[in-house]
Design a protein around this ligand. Sequence first.
Ligand code: SF4
Length: 371
Amino acid sequence: MKVLVDDFVRRQYFGVILTGGEPTLHPELPRIAAYASAQGLHVRMITNGTRLADPEFARAVAEAGVKIVHVSVYSVRPEVEEVLRGTPDTLEKAFAAVRHAHENGIEININCVINKLNADHLHENIEYWIREHPYIRHFVWNNLDPSMGRAEVNQAKFTPRLADFEVSLQKALQRLQSTGRTFRVEKVPLCYMTEFAWASTETRKIVKGEERIVHFLDKKQTVRQTDWEHIYSDACDHCSLRPICGGLFDRGNAYDPDELSPVFVSMDAIVDKIITDPSDPSYPLRRLSDWKRDFEIRLREAKDPERPKANASELTPEDMRDPDAPSVGLVTEQGLRKFEAKRRAESRKAEALGVTMERTHESGSNSDGDG
Ligand code: SF4
């Protein structure tokens, strides 16, 4: 891990996000966080909050320099959270984690994976957070990745249709905006969040030409991601937001391209809001005309078939995939066996740490469910 942190520092990255699986199961987590923050990196962590419910652990994480924790909660309805986590009482632990993090001076963001079971009450969750934990100022939604965790083996049960969450998401975003809170939304096509298109993670990356670096613990190792596994439909050809839209997330063929419908709004206002965002100085050009020139150049470069890939670390996930491998998200016997083996290994770790793991009803194995 030290080598990786040093590499991020050399690349002048702003920060690092510790995620998983469940990063708090790593026995060295406070040491890794302390080393990264000592090197000047801004350290965040994405967690289900189970271990942070222990006040001692929350204090150790704060002392290690973790600045922000993203606590993952599907739903503030206990019965929904229980089904999605596969084990009871995780919601109370998540609430305790939020309290302890706050008491130790750690900023809290709430992460929510949108799925079939919470799609209709995203706005109800927001009302709860605003009422009970008003100090939480930032929220992140991820539409479900059907290739991750339990969703991979239970697609029909968990994968929503885009229309399932459209209204509820809109209400939630409007409420957050009206109270001065901030938010980001991932894997949702802009036609399902047009009023808040500037908050789309993919759109922001496209506008700013950003990459992100991910270190996988398998053979992929360190990967620079400048492309995503998203597709477009014929409808997108008529859409004014096509140049800055991430399209439809396409793992496992779980989402329906027929749900996409073109919108006819100016993209200038959306781009302008992103590049002039005072809280995000990462893109250097602040004028729309300058951005248009820069974007044209990037588009030309991206379309150039001769453009060489600088090195293996610049390969996109598409390039890295074994052409004979089944499409990502497709449930195979081998995939199921690996899934079960991974859950058993995590379960052993959790047992050693005295943490209750979540269980899937169908497979009898353990899972975080949000990757
Ligand atoms: S129609 Fe296509 S390009 Fe337009 S917002 Fe929807 S997904 Fe994006």
